[in-house]
Design a binder for this molecule. Sequence first.
Ligand code: ADP
Ligand code: ZN
Length: 735
Amino acid sequence: MPRTFTYAVDRTLEPGTRVEVPFGPRRLVGWVLGPSDQPEATEIRTVHRVLEETPSADGELLRLARWVADYYLSSLGMVLRTALPNPMAVAGADRVRTRRVLRLTRDLPTLTLRDELFGNATRQRECYEFVEAAGGAAALASLTEQRFSRSVVRGLVDRGVADVVDEEVERDPFAGMPASEGVRPALTPGQEHVLAPLLSAARGAGGTFLLRGVTGSGKTRVYIELLDELVRNQGRGAIVLVPEIALTPQTVDRFRARFGDDVAVLHSALSEGERYDAWRMLRAGTRRIAVGARSAVFAPVRNLGGIVVDEEHESSYKQGEAPRYHAREVAIMRARMAGAVCVLGSATPALESWANTRRGKYTLLELPARVEGRPLPDVEVVDLRTERASREERGATTDQGALVLSDRLRDAVHERLDRQEQVILLLNRRGYASFVQCRACGHVWQCGRCNVSLTYHRTRRRLICHYCFHDEAPPRQCSQCGEENLSFRGLGTEQVERIVTETFPAASVARMDVDTTSGRWAHHQILDRVGRREIDILLGTQMIAKGLDFHHVTLVGVINADVGLNLPDFRASERTFQLLTQVAGRAGRGDWPGQVIIQTSLPHNLAIRAALSHDYVTYADHELQQRADPPYPPHNRLANVVVSSTDELKVQESAEELAAAAAAIVRRLQTSQIQLLGPAPCAIDRIRERWRWHFLLRSPSAQQLGAVCRTLHHEYGTGKPPTRIIIDRDPVALL
Ligand code: ADP
Ligand code: ZN
């Protein structure tokens, strides 16, 4: 609800206290904001029940939540629901201590074996392969979600390939993990140099800092020393934000190693009950450091002294649904309100943050070299166009049309395998083939609900829509012309896996992408095996580009750097540069120098050239210029207004009406610095049966943009069904 309601209560309640109130025929949970200053015309109903003695949202959090609601055009209730543990789930949480799990008991290494065993029981086979991909075990509840019936599960048990077992649900899943730091090397002069201003800010009035340190320069150690001052010396609390906690177990382990039980890890795989426990301990002050992803920015840390935003350029810090907040910006605001230190860290800072250091809003700190004089890896480019041409000349087939491993990359992998070193291969596209096309008439299989092509997933043997998760059986012939010769095009990680295992049969290969990491601790399991050197080649999507610190990885190969470069989004180039630089940074972090091979058809593209020389500053300053005309962030602020409807004819009309209303508001408020672009259909103009149009509001003034958006939101809200309106401030993607 975008507004507040008045109730009677017979005692004084502190703001932020949860209460249960009658609402129409229903009972709802709400937060007390304070005494009402408006006399009510209608009858005032009475609070049914006070749900807590101490308010779950204290004054500091309420203030922050109001700012978020106001800036990102959301209701306060929506923000509080994001910021606090789910009160409903918490009530019953203590009862859920075990859960039922289907665990595979038999390996089926060959396809023939599977064909023989499962015969026509395709659902059983799919279920088996789903559990296999999830790491060998999956909760029955998650199988139900995937629409595998009880009889399918029973079938697997009857065939003797799986068992149903009860698994204990840990309330503190990190409790048993080792937490010892070992030897603590002396800080490098570079680390000392950047730490000094941070420590003095910690002892003074705080401030916002951007720590730009090349990959492997020891940024994490700097965060740890800062926290040591805040937590150990000053007895204050701190928050560490990481882009995705499952992908950064090593970073989390390092905080636990230094601070032990002072750390509460807010892992996305925690149950509601576990999350609530962590939240309660932070609130009570028995744990003083919260480590977590996006929503941990709201953690109820007491006496906040600092917030670290690691890999601050990551777009996962922006929430894709309401409230559409950016955790980095909320962190800066929260730290400012608390007089705390805020450190944004990255090897490839977001251009917004970079521009703020140039404007003197944030203090820039730099770590220009890796620790212990380790060199940055050598990066070279393989031009896929000449590679393809030379193969055709030799008459060599190019792996069914897709060029996966150039000669150069293949030889380099062989070399590493011989020396028992490890390899990381990146391709930022999952599935086997990103589209299926008829060779005769050119027809491409599309989702029936979205305007996107369906991706073929070989493990699950389905065509899947990556937007709405619709799936269907792969076609045997063209639905348009009847042709049986279909081509599976657009290289994905599953196909790379197949070709890599065929090319290097003796190597052990692990694939890490959304499809292999659906199990609760699946990421951990894969990364642990890499750490124990049981894996020779780790391949995957952008998941493997972040924060990993494996000393035996000496080669990183990028299968195709061009994926993502041609998306119709002004940040496409910046994202590609960041991804390439980050993944390159995984090589040569130990005693052996690293090598990086980037395969591309666009070797002269600036994002790729700058990644070759690890030259962030040249890239950033050039890209800043590119975005000056026409102006895009960080030169100005954007709001993306998306209008969608199930009615194809209505949507354009609604979008035009709303844009005209926005233009009228601009005139009325005399906000002269606002430009309106559009309306036009979105790049993906249909998702989940909804047709989509959008327009942009663009302004150098955040205040003016905020005023126009608020008025628009106030007058039109979220739209009248079937039309839906979304106002996305500081959008990270315009698709
Ligand atoms: P970044 O986060 O900048 O990529 P890390 O903090 O992961 O870098 O550090 C890279 C590697 O250097 C890690 O293995 C870490 O243990 C090591 N390291 C960090 N600081 C020091 C130091 N002062 N002396 C020796 N090794 C260090
Ligand atoms: Zn779809």
